[in-house]
Each structure stands twice: as structure tokens, then as C-alpha cells.
Design a protein around this ligand. Structure first.
Ligand code: URA
Length: 243
């Protein structure tokens, strides 16, 4: 693949901008300056380059985890709080997809006040698979409740509660009290405000909500709120269910 095409595919701007960056000497590949925009690189996967000093590794598709901070919206066009997309570097937001600039997209949404693990990708099939109710990917939430959590509430959450938009009960795949006011809840669906509505249905109220895990993948302990990192290929494969 030509160097200008490599940069373009990774979100560094239009082909013309990418060619300009190379010709003006802003690009190094595997530690060497490269000013030929048409230089060919055969093995692109894992290719290390820098653009204006920013280190980057070529990835055919981008899969990242973000530690979502409170007070951010998962929308590209937020109404009240800053968008989570402002926490990502420009190339991740500008990656082209089928000819258009689409960048990575969040897989599902968290409320503005919810913190924790959010996955983003530009792989449409992966978004579809992870979001599909057929695949039942378990999501683990750490809940801080206003009122003490008792055994009856835990039992009801496990047995199933009816929410206002559907007569079919929704149940937690797992639920355990982790403290007087805290509980860990595992859900395999993703209804609107589901954790908050389930807690309300058992007479309690969510005061704090944090997603700690999606399937096999836990939020990295060393990722501070607002930080992101690439997923390793094995992590993506595990989320796909080993396929
Ligand atoms: N359930 C909620 O109520 N809010 C979230 O952000 C996620 C799950």
C-alpha cells in the first residue's frame, strides 16, 4: 500500500493532505524519515509510523476501549455534556469508512452520569454482533444504591422485574450485594436506562453506576477516566466468542 494511502486509511486526513504531510517531511516509518508519498509498504499490519511526532500503529480496523468519565454523552451531537468522541485523537474520529469519514463509533451507549467500560470500533459487523440480542454478551455493572440493598431486592432482580415499556419481565443474569449500598449486576440485554429502571422496580434508586466488564473483557485498572487504549487482537477475538 502507498504511504499516502496508509495515512489516509488511518484517519490522518484526505489523500491530498496525507501526501502533503509526507512530502513536507512530517512522517517517519519504522523510525526512518520518508518523504515519498507513493513509497510502497507491503506488510501494513503493525507498521509503526509517526505523523508530526504522533506515534501510530497501522490497524486495518480500529477496536478501542475507553474509560468513560461522568458528565459525558455517547452521542456525536451531544445536547448538554461534552461528547465522548472529544476524548479520542483526531485520527480515530476521522477514519474513512466506505469512502466517507465516519471514524469509530461507540458500541451501545452509557448514560451521561455512568462511568466505565465503553468499546468503540469502525467495524460495522462487530458493532452489529456485539449489539445483537441473539449473542447475549454479558455486561457487568457496579451499582451504588440510595437505600440499603437487601436479599429480597437481589432475589427480585434475579427472578425478573417488569419495566414500564414491556410486559415481559427482565432479569439480571447475575446479581450480588457487594456492600450495604452496592451491588454487582450482570445484564445480557441493553434496554434504555435498564439498570436504573430495574433498581427503581425493586424500590431502590441508582446513585452511581459504573460498567466494569463486557464479556471476557474487564476495564483496565490502569486506564484513568477519559483515557483510551487499543484492544489486543486476542481481546477482540474473545469478544467475538472465539470466532
Ligand atoms: N443502565 C442504565 O440505567 N444506564 C446505563 O448507562 C447503562 C445501563
Amino acid at each position: 500500500m502507498q504511504l499516502q494511502e496508509i495515512l489516509y486509511s488511518q484517519g490522518f486526513g484526505t489523500r491530498r493532505v496525507c501526501a502533503g504531510l509526507v512530502q513536507q517531511g512530517y512522517v517517519t516509518v519504522e523510525g526512518r524519515a520518508e518523504d515519498d508519498a507513493f513509497a510502497e509498504f507491503e506488510a501494513t499490519d503493525g507498521l509503526a509510523f509517526t505523523v508530526q511526532g504522533t506515534p501510530w500503529i497501522y490497524q486495518a480496523k480500529a477496536y478501542v476501549m475507553l474509560h468513560k468519565p461522568a458528565g459525558t454523552e455517547c452521542s456525536q451531537k451531544p445536547s448538554t455534556y461534552p461528547s465522548i468522541y472529544t476524548l479520542l485523537p483526531a485520527p480515530l474520529r476521522q477514519r474513512p469508512n466506505k469512502g466517507a469519514v465516519q471514524g469509530v463509533q461507540a458500541i451501545g451507549r452509557l448514560d451521561q452520569d455512568t462511568t466505565g467500560l465503553l468499546l468503540l470500533t469502525d467495524d460495522g459487523q462487530f458493532i452489529h454482533r456485539m449489539g445483537s440480542p441473539k449473542h447475549h454478551v454479558p455486561k457487568v455493572y457496579e451499582v451504588t444504591a440510595k437505600h440499603p440493598v437487601d436479599a429480597a431486592q437481589v432475589q427480585k432482580l434475579l427472578a425478573g422485574v417488569v419495566l414500564d415499556d414491556d410486559p415481559k419481565p427482565v432479569r439480571a443474569a447475575a446479581c450480588e450485594a457487594t456492600g450495604e449500598h452496592t451491588l454487582r449486576l450482570t445484564l445480557t440485554e441493553g434496554k434504555y436506562h435498564q439498570v436504573k429502571r430495574m433498581l427503581a422496580a425493586v424500590g431502590n434508586r441508582v446513585e452511581g453506576l459504573h460498567r466494569s466488564r463486557i464479556g471476557e473483557l474487564a476495564l483496565s485498572q490502569d486506564l484513568a477516566p477519559g483515557q483510551w487504549r487499543w484492544l489486543a487482537p486476542a481481546e477482540v477475538q474473545a469478544l467475538r466468542g472465539g470466532k
